[in-house]
Ligand binder design. Structure first.
Ligand SMILES: [Zn+2]
Length: 741
């Protein structure tokens, strides 16, 4: 799913950072707490190895579906049957089954509706006065444990779950039950930002998901996973093969998860030729043009049935519309296999500034992730323009039809990144959103650099997000999405876990070790159900590094990173004899040290120290064998760590040579703004202008010339007026005016 929190929060970074930044009254760093043993809560089992791989008796149940459904495009109603073949590979006999009835979220009296606050939510039916949910017409067991039965079992519906009592236990280790459920539901217009119906000039766009009764996961961790669908928590699903026969008005075009089995029946021979051309084309081929979409009939009483099949999948989604422009291009996979990038969008979204490049984006994303992490397994990858802002399904995603340019690239890349997490690596999204959204946001950050030589890439040093990562207002990452404030989901499920992997890769393990371990995790758990411990154990076992301190600090707790340079001196007071640097670890989350020494002659030297210096110390003094005079020592010069207080990260040895040229006293004062509720005080210390918001730590500003000061790690500038009566605070183009009180 897509959350566009980044930009608005980024522009307010200053306001928030100065309001929420590090509290200085935190307890002192305890190294025994950071590195204490017995991190893992569970020992190895026969299903999950201590090394993080599936155990020697790992099992997983499977669910295959044959889905027949028809769409009434006037009533927005789907009616159908789901024939489910469920295989119990567990060691347990099962006397009942649990299924997910996600559409019941849209019943007026659902638990999900009950938890929508008065201020609204992106979940639920989004203000539509709507009483949706399933009409279950029949439940029939066709066979169980190899015996034909044809009986109607007792079933109980409780919110978004259905329990079916079995006439006899489903046998362990391979028992198979076949059942068929007849149902219907009316689609909400805007279904929790994940599905819906959007009117366009040339007809409605139906984006259909969470639409058929699906098996709950039965596993070795909790048995039946029956948490209800409340909105924020996404899905946890079994793997299997799905066939879908979708009957829609004859003027509509259907795109879906998996391969279309009857192209000759649903496309003209000319369109079929264009599909064949696209399969061999690096460039996007138009299959159905804007002119065709404009000229097509708007209503049809006749119907067509579109037949699809997808293998080894955890879900199936589809979209149907008379309004679709369709285009496609070949996807090249590392093994030499091919897949197909497809886009379906209305004329409103057409054009190269918008969806005209969707197929190019799709192709690039799938090729990138396949090359770097694990090869894509589905026959096509379809991007559909609809009203969900961005939502992922196996082989198909729905993105906002008004998305354009960098936004469309970003959301397309994000939703297809989900094909790796959670479509390939099938973690429990309802419990651990960070394992899909966070891991995906992380792989997106690398894909973004790769696409078209960084066309849409903007570096975002983690230091610039420190205000959020260090906020005391947020829950720990290891909090289920339905258990945390909705406004915090963007940080806790997306950006903070992604930043965790980025630090693990760039600051702790290094790219080579990290990439090898992360690939190993994906390979081990492809089409399986890993837990957080399986991930942590795999990363430690593959890299050979103890990481319990990092898992504890970043994922389980809200420990802060805060390092400081306490002192720089010369041996015997003589710089030709070497320098002595004293560091302090203040935050409870220790990190390896990377610091930059600047010398008076303009040269620099980098020093790296392992995290082990913090295993029995909170201060560390070491010698740098140098013969040159030092001007400054700076921790983390590139801002790659979200240090909670950067004002103590730089130690200046002999003042700021640039600052000598200006009289810093002119910039001292108390300032306030009509635009944001912040009081700012500037002072001069050690020949440097310091800025402080009321009650918050000071940050050092560097003079950049022409009355301008910068705080470069957060990308903030302060442009003073000629008369010094105020300044303009500029962050990423967002400006706030401050005047002297
Ligand atoms: Zn997402």
């Amino acid at each position: 799913m897509n959350l566009k929190l980044f930009k608005p929060l980024f522009t307010l970074a200053v306001a928030v950072s100065l309001n929420l930044a590090a509290q200085n009254d935190a307890p002192k760093y305890s190294y025994t707490e950071a590195f204490k043993p017995f991190f893992y809560m569970n020992n190895a089992t026969e299903t999950r190895s201590a090394s993080g791989q599936p155990g020697h008796n790992y099992w997983q149940n499977s669910a295959d579906y044959v889905l027949n459904a028809s769409l009434n495009d006037v009533k927005n109603e789907i009616s159908g049957s789901a024939e489910i073949t469920y295989t119990n590979n567990s060691f347990d006999n099962l006397s009942f089954l649990w299924l997910q009835l996600d559409q019941n979220l849209f019943k007026k009296d659902s638990r999900g509706n009950a938890v929508v606050p008065m201020g609204g939510s992106r979940n639920g039916a989004h203000g539509q006065d709507f009483d949706g949910g399933y009409t279950i017409k029949s439940v029939e067991i066709l066979s169980a444990n190899g015996k034909n039965l044809k009986i109607n079992p007792k079933y109980t519906i409780s919110d978004t779950r259905m329990q079916i009592d079995l006439p006899q236990d489903l046998k362990s280790k391979g028992g198979v039950v076949k059942l068929i459920i007849n149902y219907s539901f009316v689609s909400p217009d805007y279904g929790s930002d994940r599905m819906g119906v959007e009117p366009t000039k040339n007809g409605k766009i139906f984006t259909i998901a969470q639409w058929f009764p699906r098996m709950c996961v039965y596993d070795d961790i909790t048995g039946w996973n029956t948490l209800p669908y409340l909105g924020a928590g996404e899905f946890f699903l079994e793997y299997g093969n799905i066939t879908a026969n979708l009957t829609v008005p004859a003027n509509q075009y259907v795109v879906a998860s998996g391969e279309l089995l009857n192209p000759k029946e649903v496309y003209s021979s000319d369109q079929n030729k264009k599909w064949d051309a696209a399969r061999n084309s690096e460039k996007t081929v138009i299959i159905r043009s804007a002119a065709e979409a404009n000229a097509a009939e708007k209503n049809s009483t006749a119907t067509k049935t579109w037949k699809f099949k997808i293998e080894n999948t955890r879900d199936f989604a589809w979209a149907s519309s008379s309004a679709f422009i369709l285009d496609a291009a070949k996807i090249n996979l590392p093994s030499g296999k091919k897949s197909l990038a497809v886009s379906a969008y209305p004329v409103e979204s057409d054009g190269n500034a918008a969806w005209g490049r969707s197929t190019e984006y799709t192709k690039s994303s799938i090729e990138h992730y396949s090359k770097r992490w694990y090869e894509y397994t589905y026959p096509n990858a379809v991007n559909v323009a609809g009203n969900p802002g961005g939502m992922e399904y196996p082989g198909i995603v729905f993105c906002g039809m008004s998305s354009k340019g960098a936004d469309l690239w970003g959301v397309t890349d994000h939703e297809f990144g989900h094909n790796w997490f959670p479509m390939i690596v099938g973690s429990n999204e309802r419990m651990f959103a960070w394992m899909d959204e966070g891991f995906n946001t992380f792989i997106n950050s690398i894909s973004e650099q790769d696409f078209n030589k960084g066309e849409y890439y903007t570096p975002k040093p983690l230091q610039s997000m420190a205000f959020a990562f260090n906020s005391d207002q947020m829950e720990p990452i290891m909090t289920a999405p339905d258990n945390l404030k909705e406004r915090n989901l963007g940080f806790l499920a997306y950006y903070k876990p992604s930043a965790g992997l980025q630090m693990l890769r760039e600051n702790i393990l290094g790219e080579e070790k990290f990439d090898k371990a992360f690939r190993e995790y994906i390979k081990r758990w492809a089409f399986k159900h890993p837990t957080p411990e399986d991930f942590f154990r795999t990363m430690e076992n593959s890299s050979g590094e103890e990481l319990n301190w990092f898992w504890r600090g970043w994922f389980l707790n809200k420990w802060k990173i805060d390092q400081a340079v306490k002192n720089v001196s010369y041996k015997s007071g003589d710089f030709t004899k070497g320098a002595v640097i004293k560091l302090e670890n203040i935050g409870q989350l220790p990190m390896p040290v990377n610091l930059e020494i600047k010398f008076k002659d303009g040269t620099t030297q980098n020093v790296k120290l392992p995290v082990e210096i913090w295993k029995r110390n909170s201060e560390w003094t070491f010698e740098v064998p140098t013969t040159k005079e030092i001007t400054s020592v700076q921790l983390d010069p590139k801002g790659s760590l979200p240090d909670a207080n950067v004002s103590d990260n730089t130690f200046k040895v002999d003042g700021n040579s640039v600052a000598e040229k200006v009289d810093l006293k002119q910039f001292i004062g108390n300032f306030s703004s009509k635009e944001i509720p912040l009081k700012i005080v500037t002072t001069v210390e050690n020949n440097q202008l310091m800025l402080q918001a009321t009650g918050q730590p000071k940050i050092p500003l560097d003079y950049e010339g022409a009355d301008k000061f910068g705080f470069s790690v957060a990308g903030i500038e302060f442009q003073f007026s000629k008369d010094r009566k105020g300044f303009t605070l500029n962050q990423g183009g967002k400006k706030f005016e401050f005047t002297r009180d």
